[in-house]
Design a protein. Structure first.
Length: 137
């Protein structure tokens, strides 16, 4: 069961209403205005219930807020670290695949066509550029 630290809105509304009523009642009595008589009017005074606020410890609330903020910031840094770590790991993996693929392409180009080093990349670049030029014409 969760502990309620703060009163709800209906309690706040009731206390505000009673406080305004009491202020107007006392102001009227002090001005000499009354509905029945000052002794009878004072019986209309509404008692205010601040026991829930008396039981409240703002130090405990502030401590809980600080704990929640630190938990949030810790979780946020873990999530950000995980995301950036995953992105870095993924890019490393892709680089390794392309490196392996590049070695395979170079080996294949060397054996099949006799291209040395980056010759296959130059050939593919020229070939794709030629296709683009032909499509534009």
């Amino acid at each position: 069961m969760t502990q309620k630290y703060l009163p709800n809105d209906s309690w706040k509304y009731q206390q505000s209403l009673y406080s305004n009523f009491n202020n107007n009642l006392l102001s009227g009595i002090s001005s000499g205005l009354s509905l029945y008589s000052p002794e009878e009017d004072i019986k209309l005074y509404k008692p205010l219930d601040y026991k829930t606020l008396d039981n409240l410890s703002f130090d405990d609330i502030n401590k809980k807020i600080d704990e929640n903020n630190s938990l949030f910031n810790n979780a946020k840094s873990i999530i950000e670290g995980t995301i950036s770590g995953t992105a870095a790991g993924g890019s490393d993996g892709i680089n390794i695949v392309f490196e392996k693929l590049g070695v395979g392409i170079n080996k294949f180009a060397n054996e099949a066509f006799g291209f040395e080093g980056n010759g296959i990349y130059i050939f593919m670049g020229l070939f794709l550029t030629g296709i683009i030029i032909i499509k534009k014409i």
